[in-house]
Design a protein around this ligand. Structure first.
Ligand code: 5GP
Ligand code: 5GP
Ligand code: 5GP
Length: 237
């Protein structure tokens, strides 16, 4: 098939709190480029179905390609506009991959897994597992660009701070956290918790939903599953 149309219903846009990734039993490793800012970082942009299932690893023929500046377009789909194209007249001969986004990704999509890395293996994993399942809508450059731009639309730390919710190790109610984000960002989030080294439930990841263009936040058609307490910790980083 030369051009397949989109086969998913919406995206989860998932951001992680680095303090909660790092204070677990397992601990974390800072990227080789240095300690990330004390802010939410991108985890991924995940195509999903309305029924809660999701596709993964959709196209082994489209591996992550961070270094090459130009590559021929994977397929010629007239309605899909790669963010940056090299064209001769009407003919697209190449698309810009992600080299120009690298410093933004380092800052806003940092890796905290051990051993320390520069981010490429985290981005590779996210592209290959999730990004390839939305490749009919977003090419590699478009996928990473979309996530970076969604993060700017959903300033979570600022949203929480405006309700007096800060990463100070204090305990906050789930409903206040959700309300603060709903009010500042305009959409109801899903909160995922994990547990710190002493077993306290804490704010780990925040999910928002995005339409199939990858550009607009929407109300979630379905929420993920998983339990938090009604009071959860917001650790420092
Ligand atoms: P966990 O089992 O830790 O919740 O999730 C492991 C991984 O499975 C996630 O990082 C993500 O790649 C994938 N995953 C978990 N839940 C969902 C979901 O609801 N939708 C999608 N698209 N991926 C998910
Ligand atoms: P997912 O849960 O998205 O399927 O998988 C996350 C994968 O990316 C895991 O293999 C994990 O080790 C790796 N990874 C690298 N850096 C990070 C990070 O900062 N946060 C998370 N959650 N996973 C990371
Ligand atoms: P309600 O629909 O009354 O808000 O919540 C029903 C159940 O889902 C409660 O146990 C509540 O704690 C849980 N819940 C509501 N919102 C979230 C969320 O964003 N994340 C998690 N993990 N649980 C939630």
């Amino acid at each position: 098939v030369l051009c397949v149309s989109q086969d998913f219903d919406f995206f989860y846009f998932v951001q992680q709190w680095p303090g909660s990734y790092c204070d677990t039993k397992q601990s974390c490793c800072y990227p080789t480029t240095g300690k990330p800012a004390a802010d939410f970082g991108i985890h991924g942009l995940w195509p999903n179905y309305q029924d809660g299932n999701y596709p993964q690893n959709c196209d082994p023929k489209n591996p992550f390609n961070p270094d090459k500046t130009w590559r021929p377009p994977a397929t010629y789909c007239p309605w899909r506009r790669p963010s940056i194209q090299l064209r001769i007249g009407f003919v697209t001969i190449g698309v810009f991959v992600v080299a120009d986004l690298r410093s933004s990704l380092q800052k806003n999509w940092p890796t905290l897994a051990c051993p320390s890395g520069n981010g490429v293996s985290f981005w590779t994993h996210e592209w290959e597992k999730h990004g390839t399942c939305s490749e009919s809508v977003l090419d590699q450059h478009g996928y990473f660009q979309a996530a970076l731009s969604l993060q700017k639309q959903a300033k979570l730390l600022q949203a929480l701070a405006s309700a007096g919710i800060n990463p100070d190790g204090g305990s906050y109610s789930m409903s206040n956290i959700k309300r603060a984000i709903q009010e500042a960002v305009g959409f109801t989030p899903w909160i995922e918790c994990n547990t710190d080294a002493s077993g306290n439930s804490q704010l780990y990841q925040i999910y928002l939903c995005v339409d199939t263009s990858g550009k607009n936040l929407i109300e979630c058609p379905v929420f993920p599953k998983g339990k938090c307490g009604s009071e959860i910790e917001f650790p420092s980083f």
